[in-house]
Design a protein around this ligand. Structure first.
Ligand code: PLP
Ligand code: TYF
Length: 394
């Protein structure tokens, strides 16, 4: 049987991690995988998470199964963090998942259950896993234009032009904030226009929010999701705790199905429970429990929010320093987009050859589409990167 297996394409981001590890140069700079790193290049465990872990070690008396949707305290705490009071609790069905990727996967499975013929509209570009999961599940998808390669900002005119072709029941996948891989995000007015269009087209929004708190702040980063939930009859939301709680390997995420009509919640919840059971029964609990403790304990929560602000501001500082350095070197404003982008990533706009030159000649690792993880930089490496960018003719 195994002889008929086919070689599957590798994840380019994860393959780059391996290349970086194998590079013997001690001057190498890792701007690849989307993991937050402090100025010394470490990915720390957040203080509140460490404290919650100690408390949990003392307090936890059983590791018996939770429920199919995970611990209700988690779904309540995280759905409130994401949705605020944009929708009544009675309208939210939610299930814990293994990470945000699990939530995305289960969300697509929910789409299949509801409408096997649905088409999913994806931003061009988007996180490569969106595409590979859709392909794997046999779900049809169509890209909508999103990024203007010239200005390195949202190509809103073309985005709207493309989404005008959405059919009733189609799903439109949106990034809640901190777009991966571009770093370019919708303004409030643009969210409003997208909502109006989707209402008119009777399309269903699915929002992937993996970086709440990494862009403009916890509340501001949820603005788009909340606007959509206030206005649209049905919304699918996939949230990740990997980045904003720094618990990547704990695999903590949440899938939400929000309906304007609360009488639908029971069926939606039953479907989410069913989908968890088909795929893995009970979702992981450890990370979810830590998140719940942090969100529900005022002291832990304040400390977590403060540390998250430090993380966010450090990335904003790095963005500004890099933009300033490039302005100085090029005598132009053409890299100002780096300071305007939000989140961990910016798409630099280099060709694959230029990305290769940066790696070969300068030991600078970024994804082939020229996506850089801003958190991989520090005061010392910013001038090195800026010089290499100019030398490579970008
Ligand atoms: N969605 C996007 C856009 C991402 O960038 C990521 C990665 O961080 C995820 C979802 C899910 O990540 P995880 O499965 O680690 O929670
Ligand atoms: O885009 C990134 O770098 C993060 C981390 O298969 C990631 O979202 C990358 C690849 C992958 C899972 C997570």
């Amino acid at each position: 049987m195994f002889e008929s297996l086919k070689e599957q394409p590798a994840d380019k981001i994860l393959a780059l991690m391996q290349l970086y590890r194998e590079d013997p140069r001690d001057t190498k700079i890792d701007l690849g995988v989307g993991v937050y790193k402090d100025a010394s290049g470490n990915t720390p465990i957040m203080r509140a998470i460490k404290a919650a872990e100690k408390m949990l070690w003392d307090a936890e008396t059983t590791k018996s199964y939770t429920g199919l949707a995970g611990d209700p305290g988690f779904t309540e705490a995280l759905s409130t963090l994401v949705l605020g009071d944009s929708v009544p609790r009675a309208n939210i069905a939610a299930a814990a998942t293994p990470g945000g990727t699990g939530a995305v996967r289960q969300g697509f499975d929910l789409v299949l259950q509801a409408n096997p013929r649905a088409r999913v509209w994806v931003s061009d570009p988007t996180w490569p896993n969106h595409l590979s999961i859709l392909k794997h599940m046999g779900i049809a998808f169509t890209p909508y234009r999103y990024f203007d390669a010239e200005t390195r900002s949202v190509d809103f005119t073309h985005m709207i032009a493309d989404l005008t072709q959405a059919m009733p029941g189609d799903v439109v996948l949106l990034h809640g904030c901190c777009h991966n891989p571009t770093g370019a995000n919708l303004t409030g007015a643009q969210w409003k226009a997208v909502i109006e269009l989707l209402l008119e087209k009777e399309a269903v929004p699915m929002i992937d929010i993996a970086y709440q708190g990494f862009g403009d702040g916890l509340e501001q980063d949820a603005m788009g999701v909340r606007m959509v939930c206030e206005k649209m009859p049905e919304v699918i939301i996939a949230a990740s705790c990997s980045k904003n709680f720094g618990i990547y390997r704990e695999r903590t995420g949440l899938l939400m199905a929000v309906a304007k009509d609360a009488s639908r919640t029971k069926l939606n919840q039953g479907t989410l429970n069913y989908l968890n059971r088909q795929n893995y029964s009970f979702p992981p609990d450890h990370g979810a429990r830590l998140v719940t403790m942090v969100l529900n304990d005022p002291d832990l929560r304040a400390d977590w929010a403060a540390e998250l602000e430090e993380v966010r501001n450090s990335m904003l500082g790095l963005r500004q320093q890099l933009a300033d350095e490039l302005k100085r070197l090029t005598n132009s404003d053409r890299f100002n987009f780096l300071a305007q982008h939000r989140g961990m990533f910016s798409r630099l706009g280099a060709t694959p050859e230029q990305v290769e030159t940066l790696r070969r000649d300068h030991g600078i690792y970024m994804v082939g589409d020229s996506r850089m993880n801003i958190a991989g930089l520090n005061k010392t490496t910013i001038p090195i990167l800026a010089n290499a960018i100019v030398k490579s003719g970008i």
